[in-house]
Design a binder for this molecule. Structure first.
Ligand SMILES: [Zn+2]
Length: 303
């Protein structure tokens, strides 16, 4: 044995055990100790209740009424809490400022710019739900919308400190002289001035460790995107955006009649289904009323 090897094994083990902690300590953290915020130890996903849309006519999705388990559409909002920061994914159908909570579910009639209206069940404002779990809107570092439709953008103006993560094609459509009829531009007007990251890659790794990835999924809108999360206990999941609204769209191969580019949606669906199968990732269809009812809601979370 060489006489130069005098470092005891226990010391080497101790040094290596300490290494990840030291590296972690040197990494930037967005949590603000002055507000009493502590970084969470591992990735969390909170599911927030942003209401439900009464759908009178499922034919807008090429589905006969008898083909769907439930015609209503859940509206879910999601908060992703990572040790390095917080990300909001989709922010509801009705802005908090447009209704008054009554302590019980209520029906709100929303008039859309194109003359259509929707009845939406609401129970709790998004801001109050975030406050309750200790992540007020001001503590959100990143905001990403799956797409520009009114039922995903409602509270987009409410996150003053967030960097908006968006694709150029989507942003351009949102701020075009005549935005698409399915949008409510007043609900996201502030984003025009927000700190913005234009995503130029198919996959965008938000925190740099592969656990929170925004995936390109165009077709429903030009810059439609989905959110992949690698949760330690729950396993990998993919939040659908509006790639599908009903699980029956997926099993029966149907498409909404209002796609921006139906052929592109078809290609995206093939690609995403391939990704799900290859990686063992579960798809959560955000609007799936029956599926959403089974999800654990904040203050409980998935990790
Ligand atoms: Zn949509």
């Amino acid at each position: 044995m060489s006489t130069r090897c005098r470092i005891p094994a226990w010391l080497i083990v101790t040094l290596f055990a300490a290494l990840p902690t030291q590296l972690h300590a040197a990494e930037p953290s967005w949590s603000d100790p002055s507000r009493g915020e502590k970084p969470v130890p591992s990735l969390r996903l909170y599911v927030l209740d942003c209401g439900a849309i009464h759908v009178a006519d499922t034919r807008r999705y090429e589905l006969a009424p008898e083909e769907v388990a439930n015609p209503n559409l859940a509206v879910a909002c999601f908060l992703v809490v990572h040790p390095k920061g917080n990300l909001m994914w989709d922010v509801g159908a009705v802005p908090d400022a447009e209704w008054t909570p009554a302590g019980a579910p209520q029906v709100h009639r929303l008039e859309l710019p194109d003359g259509q209206s929707r009845d939406i069940d609401l129970t709790l404002p998004l801001g109050a739900q975030l406050e309750e779990i200790g992540y007020p809107p001001s503590s959100i570092h990143f905001l990403a919308l799956s797409h520009y439709h009114y039922d995903h953008t409602a509270n987009a103006n409410a996150f003053p400190n967030a960097t908006w993560l968006v694709r150029a094609a989507e942003r351009d459509a949102m701020f075009a002289p005549v935005p698409p009829g399915t949008t409510r531009p007043s609900t996201y007007a502030e984003l025009h001035y927000a700190k913005t990251t234009l995503i130029r890659t198919n996959d965008y790794d938000v925190f740099g460790d592969g656990s929170v990835v925004i995936k390109s999924a165009p077709g429903h809108t030009p810059g439609h995107q989905m959110l992949y999360l690698r949760l330690a206990k729950t396993g990998p999941i993919l939040l659908s955006g509006d790639l599908y609204h009903y699980p029956e769209e997926r099993t029966l191969d149907r498409f909404p009649v209002f796609e921006f580019d139906k052929a592109q949606t078809r290609r995206t669906r093939v690609e995403i289904e391939r990704f799900l199968a290859a990686t063992g990732t579960r798809l959560w269809i955000q609007h799936d009323f029956v599926g959403n009812a089974r999800l654990r809601k904040a203050p409980a979370f998935y990790d």
